[in-house]
Design a protein around this ligand. Structure first.
Ligand code: UDP
Length: 309
């Protein structure tokens, strides 16, 4: 099959491209190399084609979609730091980008998987089921406008499916970690590991008792492949993530122990980390029964294995 992966030079995208190439598919990567990196896909130079451009470029997207059988739309603004610093850019990239890709997929009747985010659940407690209510704060808080942008992507994909018969699948990705994830956009695990290895204090925001579940990117890619390959997934939304809950403080302790670092942990107020008015989720855990029931998928790697790698 011919795959188009938007955002294919990014962290998750590049691992997906590895898996698609290993399955013997033809892979085209559309990436503007803003947060994606050439070095993530350097080893695929012979197997995958890189189209250097933006999902906002309608002609480029049209051409790339026309030449593919399946589209995986991963290109998006990524990381809390970028979202806080560039809210307009983030919103337009996500909403307009998804619209352009979905329009083209519909034009050529191509199957499409749209990557959404656990951010859409907002401040709700969890474990989240896909049809749970979403509880968002004010639009003035960049984080919630980002959540809205991803929700719009979902709405577009599902509306194209229902009203126009587009074979579309929506995946809500929870915290995903692993090799090639950059620390530059604020993600906690690469940051803590870099700090520990450099002997700097590990920065833990707030009281550190907020919890997350970290899923290894290879497990995530495995879920994406199963959902792409299963026609019963079309028109549905799926949570994908780990269910092993850990507080950020405990995560920092485990990073210190795994690296043998002498670094202390430093609690950093949210205001200092992200500026005035930042809101965080206390808890973020997926309910993965839907993807498990349909495809048999569940994460294989434990948190300790993930940290070690
Ligand atoms: N965080 C932290 N130290 C860091 C970076 C992030 O304590 O150096 C916290 C962040 O405030 C949040 C959690 O770790 O509570 C996860 O942050 P990340 O940006 O990785 O993911 P998300 O907030 O999207 O779940």
């Amino acid at each position: 099959m011919r795959y188009l992966v938007t955002g294919g030079a990014g962290f998750i995208g590049s691992h997906l491209c590895d898996a698609l190439v290993a399955e013997g598919n033809q892979v085209t990567i559309l990436d503007n190399l803003s947060t994606g990196r050439q070095e993530n896909i350097e080893h695929l130079r012979a197997e995958a084609r890189l189209v250097h451009g933006s999902v906002l470029d309608e002609l480029l997207v049209d051409e790339a979609v026309r030449e593919s059988d399946v589209v995986v739309h991963l290109a998006a603004a990524v990381g809390v730091r970028l979202i806080v610093e560039r809210p307009l850019h983030s919103f337009l990239t996500n909403v307009r980008g998804a619209e352009v890709v979905l329009e083209a997929a519909h034009r050529y009747r191509r199957k499409v998987l749209v990557a959404s985010s656990s951010e859409v659940y907002g401040k709700n407690g969890g474990p989240f089921r896909e049809d749970d209510d979403r509880i968002l704060g004010s639009n003035a808080v960049s984080r919630w406008s980002y959540a809205t942008s991803k929700a719009v992507d979902e709405i577009l994909a599902l509306a194209y499916h229902r009203e126009r018969g587009l074979p579309a699948v929506v995946v809500r990705l929870f915290n995903c970690v692993g090799p090639r994830q950059s620390s530059a956009y604020g993600m906690v695990l690469p940051n803590l590991v870099e700090q520990a290895l450099a002997g700097r204090p590990l920065t833990v925001h707030g009281d550190g008792l907020q919890t997350r579940c970290f899923c290894h990117v290879r497990d995530v890619v495995n879920a994406l492949l199963r959902l792409i390959h299963d026609p019963r997934a079309e028109g549905e939304v799926f949570n994908v993530g780990s269910t092993e809950e850990v507080s950020i403080l405990e995560l920092a302790r485990r990073v210190v122990s795994a690296t043998g670092s002498g670094s202390p942990v430093r609690l950093v107020p949210y205001d200092e980390a992200y500026g005035e008015g930042y809101e965080d989720m206390r808890r973020r855990i997926p309910d993965i029964s839907r993807v498990r029931a349909l495809t048999g998928w569940e994460p294989r790697m434990s948190l300790d294995e993930v940290i070690t790698e």
